[in-house]
Design a protein around this ligand. Sequence first.
Ligand SMILES: *Cc1c(COP(=O)(O)O)cnc(C)c1O
Length: 302
Amino acid sequence: MISIHNEKALLSICREKDIELVVKREDLIHPFISGNKYRKLKYNLSEAKNKGYNTILTFGGAYSNHIAATAYAAKEYGFKSVGVIRGEELEKEVPDNPTLSFAKDCGMHFDFVSRTAYRNKNIPEFQAELSAKYGKCYLVPEGGTNQLAVKGCEEILTEEDAEFDYIGVSVGTGGTISGIINSASPNQKVLGFPALKGDFLKNEILKFVHKENWSLVADYHFGGYAKVKPELIEFINEFKRETKIPLDPVYTGKMLYGLVDMIKNDKFEPNTKILVIHTGGLQGIAGMNQRLKQKKLPLIDV
Ligand SMILES: *Cc1c(COP(=O)(O)O)cnc(C)c1O
């Protein structure tokens, strides 16, 4: 974990508005278990080991960072892994899908289910069916969020980060921001940028936090989860040209697009110090570029 560091993002807009924008490079935590997924799996895997499980079972979609990270981490730590994947049609697409073929190479066994069946993923009957099929499994929920995941994410901020006024982070299932909120200093405000539509997230986060120093900025999801627009892709490419820092299109790209838009619109006082968490997710670029290419849209520079 020596490669994580805080890095100034020297954007011209930040100079113009006198804002200090710093990126915590959690994406560099590990080449395959990217960013926050490492934090979220850490205590879950030690719990699984302590309780004598030898298989990790989890859930995810076709390009899921969590599926890729779990497959790799399970292999590293000597577990078997099962991925319940949303969409039966994906079974024949594994060789062409960079995320799923990576997970498969790590030894993950896939169980492809229909979208309807997938909706039951948290229901005890469905989970009992899975246990009957795969034996005793340690279940990690979709996106990896549970109490132990939040505990892991509480380790993202360090003492030296207390100098920042704002912490910006992308939000999927809410586990990462919950850990950040719990460990933020009282003077700091945490801004979460949901990568998807819907207002259920606030309640998810309230399951894990008891503080009020946070809010969600819901205007930058670009139409929904994994949905992108050419202006988002253009932003990601421009950000990388200016700062040398790569962003992913599903999470960190949207968060920084939103934050930079807020800076442009003077939502922060001059001299404000903002730390954003780079939660990783760069493995998803290959799959996104495949889809952009099919639609003849501009690609993310790699
Ligand atoms: C999963 C993920 C998130 C969202 O984390 P949650 O804990 O689900 O809110 C953010 N960024 C990246 C890169 C991710 O892979």
